[in-house]
Ligand binder design. Structure first.
Ligand code: C2O
Ligand code: CU
Length: 488
């Protein structure tokens, strides 16, 4: 109730400001935060850890007694959290129990293109797809979601999304909270729209895609979490199809960011707000006082989104949401101090084989829509590349690359801010901004199967704001099997 009052007060302050207040999280934060279960697995004699996931239809009560039709993995909404260690061989048996084809993409995972779960790995209803790979990347908060071309927004919006946590020794040696669901909480943030009775309905369509006026966090509206440790880690995932957030604390205290998409930062960064566009993740930590209550909010202003106030639609106006209330117990388990240094980042590659440019404009990249029979870029394995990604339009976009975690070398010609200095697989590309990304492609040459890069505003992606790249051996050409590749 306190949180709701605060939100109303903040909203009142914003009225008459540069933007209109589009949304207020007026939902009471009185529903216990559900924690997605850890996925069960078995280990085969050769050491392979085997998971299974079943996308399926079901119903979810977002309001008591009111059923909404939803989709989930192994349940009606969202999916279990997969956990694997660096160096582990994993297989996931994905059995499609839906009545339509879908795919499961491992967002942020470094793996062979055939295992990637993009639009080329469709799973027919009733079929099982069993990708297998060795996890070889830093500890990170990754996620999985469908990627069927033209249908991704719909499949994710219905509820198909889950987390995949990678653990490694470097992260494991640090005194960080990591007891899943206790002091290490997954926070999967989605927007949605509801009828007055509380039945989920399709949100209105704007130029960014569908924008709901309420939040669903780990599958519930109005979530709070009770914590009993001083230091709490939140793994934030923006699993919304179109909406971006600027997360911060209701009391204005800084939010401590420790990790981005692909892993830990060199040191924690104290920020006023953490900006997350669809698909991005952030790990933050907060030190709680006994009995304290604090609310994670999102206050997205046009300035934070890099938008002119006149641009309406996605975040064109200031919008505010209460995301999650943390309620600390009266007696807390002590937690160690946050270490000053977390991990070392290797220097950004300077030995660049190729520079490519990607223009995000008009639901197209470089003036073209994705064609599944066209390879747009051919990358030589074992090289580093510079990708210049620019958005000359007035519309917000983002840029996600499959297969690799990349580094941001510059934003609009300047060194990246500390929150963009680590490992990323998705960046928000606001109007009239330009990113210089450095990507290294060290393995998985396969001339037959492409990876994707695209805008992660899923409606844009579905419109074809996507391209395909193949990683090949030196001198090799990418083959396209479906039709002749006449683009070159
Ligand atoms: Cu999260 Cu190509 O997607
Ligand atoms: Cu876009």
């Amino acid at each position: 109730l306190i949180a709701a009052t605060t939100a109303v007060a903040l909203a009142a302050c914003s009225i008459g400001g540069p933007g209109r207040v589009a949304t207020i999280g007026e939902v009471d934060l009185d529903t216990p935060l559900p924690v997605p279960p850890l996925a069960e697995s078995t280990v085969e004699p050769d050491g392979t850890r085997v998971f299974s996931l079943e996308p399926q239809a079901g119903t979810t009560e977002f309001a008591p007694g009111v059923a909404s039709e939803t989709w989930g993995f192994d349940g009606a909404y969202l999916g279990p959290t997969l956990v694997a260690g660096r160096g582990e061989r994993v297989r996931v048996d994905v059995g499609n129990r839906l009545e339509v084809p879908t795919t499961v993409h491992w967002h942020g995972m470094h793996l062979p293109a055939e295992m990637d779960g993009g639009p080329h790995q469709m799973i027919a209803p009733g079929d099982t797809w069993s990708p297998e790979w060795t996890v070889d990347q830093r500890a990170a908060t990754l996620w999985y979601h469908p990627h069927p071309h033209g249908e991704t927004e719909e499949h994710v919006a219905r509820g198909l999304a889950g987390l995949f946590l990678v653990r490694d020794d470097a992260e494991g040696a640090l005194p960080l909270p990591r007891e899943y669901g206790v002091d290490d909480l997954p926070v999967i943030v989605q927007d949605a729209a509801f009828t007055d009775e509380g039945r989920r309905e399709t949100p209105p369509q704007g130029f960014a895609g569908r924008l709901g006026d309420e939040l669903v966090v780990n599958g519930v509206r109005g979530a709070y979490a009770e914590v009993a440790d001083e230091l709490v880690r939140l793994r934030l995932l923006n699993a919304s199809t179109a909406r971006s957030y600027a997360f911060g604390w209701d009391d204005g205290s800084p939010i401590d960011l420790i990790a981005t998409d692909g892993g830990l930062l060199p040191a924690s960064v104290a920020l006023e707000r953490v900006l997350l566009s669809p698909g991005e993740r952030a790990e933050v930590v907060v030190r709680m006082a006994p009995g304290e209550r604090r609310t994670l909010q999102s206050v997205m202003t046009p300035a934070a989104a890099g938008l002119q106030p006149v641009v309406a639609g996605m975040n064109g106006a200031t919008d505010e949401f209460d995301v999650l209330e943390l309620r600390a117990a009266d007696v807390l388990d002590p937690s160690p101090e946050l270490p000053e240094r977390l991990v070392e980042l290797p220097p950004i590659d300077t030995d660049i084989a190729v520079t490519r440019t990607f223009d995000l404009n008009g639901f197209q990249i470089n003036g073209e829509q994705m064609r599944s029979d066209r390879i747009d870029e051919t990358v030589t394995v074992g090289t580093a590349e510079r990708w210049i990604v620019s958005n000359p339009s007035g519309m917000p976009h983002s840029f996600h690359v499959h297969d690799v975690q990349f580094r941001v070398a510059s934003v609009d010609g300047a060194p990246p801010p500390p929150e963009l200095a680590g490992w990323k697989d998705t960046v928000y590309v606001g109007p009239e901004t330009e990113y210089e990304l450095i990507l290294r492609f060290d393995d998985f040459a396969d001339p037959d199967t492409p990876y994707m890069y695209h805008c992660h505003l899923l409606w844009h992606e579905d419109q074809g704001m996507m391209g395909q790249f193949a990683v090949v051996e030196p001198g090799q050409r990418a083959t396209m099997t479906e039709e002749t590749n006449d683009h070159d």
